[in-house]
Design a protein around this ligand. Sequence first.
Ligand code: G6P
Ligand code: ZN
Length: 541
Amino acid sequence: MTRHTTTPFAGQKPGTSGLRKKTAVFMQPNYLENFVQATFDAIGGVADKVLVLGGDGRYFGAQAAGIILKMAAANGAARVIVGQGAWLSTPAASHLIRIRGAAGGIILSASHNPGGPDEDFGVKYNIGNGGPAPETVTEAIFAATQTITEYRKLDVPDPDLTVLGETVLGAMVVEVVDPVAAYADLMETLFDFKALRGLFHEGFRVRIDSMNAITGPYATEIFERRLGAAPGSVVHATPLPDFGGMHPDPNPTWAHELMAEMMGPDAPDFGAASDGDGDRNMVLGRGVYVSPSDSLAVLAANAHLCPGYAAGLKGVARSMPTSMAVDRVAADLGIDCYETPTGWKFFGNLLDAGRVSLCGEESFGTGSDHVREKDGLWAVLMWLNIIAVRGQGVAEIMADHWERFGRTYYSRHDYEALPVDIAELMLNQFRAAMPTMPGQVVEGLTVAAVDEFAYADPVDGSASSGQGLRVLFEDGARVVLRLSGTGTEGATLRVYLERYEPGPDGLTLDPQAALAPVIRATEVLVGIEGYTGREEPDVIT
Ligand code: G6P
Ligand code: ZN
């Protein structure tokens, strides 16, 4: 029996990045099966197609991979390329889809959300260019979940994913591959590994925190084996089903062990952390935290120092709430800078059309046209390549950058697990008051413009509305408000704050102090404390 009758589950709507739910929700009978069959149906079936499959090692991942393989076989797929142990980082999966010419891939991850039986699981479909499915596809998947009546799955034992090589499942080939090799080889083509080996040979010290998630094996292979970083440079290097209780989100709050080390007396020269599935990164120098928006700007300004980008950048893109620091670099380089809604999928068309070669988001994502996902370890290697060529540390590079371009002070304040109705009421009231705001002087700042961001994709013309509420002040300061599309509990309000300081004075302030007037003005305009009762954000990045 390969055909199984089923009935729809409510709420199988992919968010910013795939479908994310509590693990127990995914483990209900038929829940995963329904979503996977709906995905197959929405993409016109998988008969005779090649797919890539893997995930970040979290709880239920290997079991889910077994189910998906049996479903792919019953749906007539020709071949599924799967990472050994069902492991693949998100950028490595993107790369495999591209080099193997696969029709698409399924990534089993809830990214930076915690994992385990009581935490989160997720399933994301990527298309043939290696990138996240665009909204047309995710909407078709959601529509299919609402009308599903049956799914197909072979009634056979799970294939063994621990042994490399090919086996047969029904009429489908299961090809188990080393999850790291092809990705590490790709990195060697983009960066000067000889210069990096020299850096480590001279005693440069790094701490790469993989947070017990998927980048451990990748980072160990690349930094310790191929580049000669001291053994132990990669910490929390073994992917664990519950990430050892860590919350694998590389920001100052959740990567606090790394923060403490880098701000401490015996800090190494460079520190970095990545998230559950390896697409995010946080970069630190000795005593210095680099905000993701600044990291994007520095990478754009210095990309030409790396072999893979020596010819210069075609253009850059950032998500709308990401700071405008990179815009100044693009203007200086004379290249285009695109502003997209939050979500890596919006960069896909720009990358495919050759309009941009570097993209980034404030949410700790940076990447380029080498794959169609953001890429945490790639960003770390790019930083190290720049450090090796310039012969400067992170602090000096940042100081030079701000002196040259001015500094965009930036911070994001998150209010997590708010009651959904309260969060929506608050934003609706704000939206209603928007027309009265221009011209108002709040906490010394004059409101210049207020709007709700909408995007028309310059390549295919597709439109996305309701992508964030923005207040622009007369001195160029800005605040953006939006609700997270990746949370699984209540609503998370994100408040993105920025203010530009041209210099030469005032370039070394604490960002929270530099942003204090913008923070106060936001409270007046939005009334976060009044609506939510929260005096402080849960996370500050
Ligand atoms: C995922 C996406 C990113 C996006 C981020 C923020 O990581 O891959 O592209 O920026 O989510 O999402 P959120 O909706 O939670 O702010
Ligand atoms: Zn991620």
